[in-house]
Design a protein around this ligand. Structure first.
Ligand code: 4AD
Ligand code: MG
Length: 477
């Protein structure tokens, strides 16, 4: 018999047809009711056993976590909570589970405990819901760009250029750490390494994506990205997934429009396709809120929050305007910020970003035209000579979710900036070629995929929205 899924069964009408199903035991009660889940959806299907007809040894093996194969009749459910159930006719244990050792019990586990069991946490309702939403969001990302005529570019993961300046990099080498070859002057002989030079894991695919945009017009990347910053926060990973669209002939306004439209479309897609999981995650937050003081509770439910972002315009203001708001804000005047803002040009910290988004505007905010000296070399310099055409999208509860810019397309200005940063022009010869041959206005941005998943699921720690998180001192699994 062809096996079906729990999701399909729960959506079908019961007319005593015979069905076959494989899945895992979630719970078994009264020696009679097995709740079976196969990952196809959040809900379990109730399977009813006639234990008098059952072999005692099989019965004993029906334990939480065990894998089963069963056949039976799909009938209308007599009990509450479900419309259909399976009357079991045949059952086989495919894989036993040991209830005394199995870490995932039918009770609430802390997220910290589940992180230590990341290989099993996906079997809980919470992580099943998160990872199905993550998958649906990835699909929505590709669907959005493909429908808009973007080409998907696979930029390299190992990079030979260290010019992005986005963060600390992980070294890639095959040199023997016990026996590092040296040059005559005693420095490491990189020439003897695998690539004949120093190489690292990429912090961004942008520079390569720019070269592709200058031929294919509209491109995007969606791949793993690595940063060796020692920031142990709930918003940073050492390995994360970034989406980077890059578009020829787009200026900064077009870039902001694209970022806003893109985020709204992907969130709408999960509102349309992940209702059951979102409702579960919403309830999770509501019950979590109950144990918090009133002031710390969420004002909107998860689904209300997602709808709010999809339906309302993001606020757009310049760094200079934001700086004025922040400088004159209560927490700044009362020195409540950890970093008190005083002089124009200071980098904004996450506490400032969150004040703007959560207290002042109460909406997503796009900040643009940042001081040049706190942003990357490739951003286009404004006429004022001190700000660049940068933009960051800031989200409630998250802070920065997108960072992007209009790129400096004028070769002389770009060379000047490279020189001031003491970057060797020769390292960027291929990047500079795009400005030499058919240069044009172009723009792009990077969205940290896990930060989008955080927002979409209402989770608060980035370690809980990627299957196997890599953070300082942690690369288990
Ligand atoms: O602002 P960032 O550093 O921008 C870039 O890398 C540009 N090259 C992007 C571009 O214009 N194509 O990073 C972009 C986004 C951030 O806004 C944030 O959402 C995410 O990547 N991000 C991280 N996410 C998780 N863990 C980290 N350590 C992150 N660092 C950045
Ligand atoms: Mg940034």
């Amino acid at each position: 018999m062809h096996k079906t899924t729990v999701k399909k069964l729960l959506h079908s009408k019961a007319n005593n047809q015979k069905v076959a199903l494989k899945g895992w035991v979630k719970t078994f009660r009264a020696n009679r009711f097995i709740a079976v889940n196969d990952g196809s959806c959040l809900a379990n299907i109730q399977c009813v056993l006639d234990f008098e007809k059952m072999d005692e040894t099989v019965l004993k093996k029906i334990q939480t976590g065990a894998a089963l194969s069963l056949q039976g009749m799909l009938v209308e459910s007599q009990g509450k909570g479900q419309t259909v159930e399976i009357q079991i006719q045949q059952i086989a244990i495919l894989g036993e589970s040991n209830p005394d050792e199995y870490p995932i019990q039918a009770k609430k586990h802390s997220l910290e405990f589940l992180r230590e069991n990341a290989h099993l946490r996906i079997r809980t309702n919470t992580f099943g819901a998160i990872m199905r939403v993550r998958s649906a969001l990835s699909f929505a990302v590709h669907k959005y760009f493909q429908e808009q005529g973007f080409n998907y570019v696979h930029t390299p993961i190992i990079t030979g250029s260290d010019a992005e300046g986005a963060g600390e990099m992980f070294r890639v080498t095959t040199l023997d750490p016990e026996n590092i070859p040296r040059t005559e002057s005693g420095t490491v002989a990189h020439r003897e390494d695998f690539f004949g030079k120093e190489t690292h894991l990429t912090v961004s695919g942008q520079l390569e994506a720019e070269t592709y945009a200058m031929a294919l017009g509209k491109v995007y990347t969606f791949g793993p990205t690595f940063r060796a910053e020692n920031s142990n926060t709930s918003r940073h990973l050492a390995e994360f997934w970034m989406i980077e669209p890059e578009v020829a002939f787009n200026d900064l306004i077009d870039n902001m429009d694209l970022a806003e439209d893109f985020i709204k479309h992907t969130l709408q897609a999960i509102l349309d396709n992940c209702q059951e999981d979102l409702e579960f995650l919403e309830q999770r937050l509501i019950s979590e809120d109950k144990s918090k003081p009133a002031a710390a509770r969420n004002e909107m439910t998860l689904i209300e929050k997602l709808n709010f972002v999809v339906k309302n315009e993001f606020k757009r203001i310049s760094y200079t305007e934001a700086f004025e708001i922040l400088k004159n804000s209560k927490p700044n005047k009362k020195k409540k910020f950890k970093y008190v803002l005083d002089e124009w040009g200071a980098d904004l910290q996450s506490e400032h970003e969150r004040y703007l988004v959560e207290k002042h505007f109460n909406a997503p905010v796009i900040l643009f035209d940042y001081p040049a000296n706190i942003k990357a070399f490739y951003m286009r310099l404004n006429e004022d000579g001190k700000t660049v055409r940068a933009m960051d999208v800031l989200f409630p509860g998250i802070g920065e979710i997108v960072g992007g810019s209009q790129r400096e397309e004028r070769i002389e200005v770009l060379k000047e900036k490279i020189k001031n940063l003491n970057i060797d022009e020769k390292d960027l010869w291929w990047y500079l070629d795009t400005r030499k041959f058919g240069t044009a206005v172009h723009s792009g941005f990077g969205l940290g995929f896990e930060r989008l998943v955080l927002f979409a699921t209402g989770m608060s720690n980035i370690r809980d929205v990627i299957p196997f998180p890599r953070t300082p001192q942690n690369a288990s699994f």
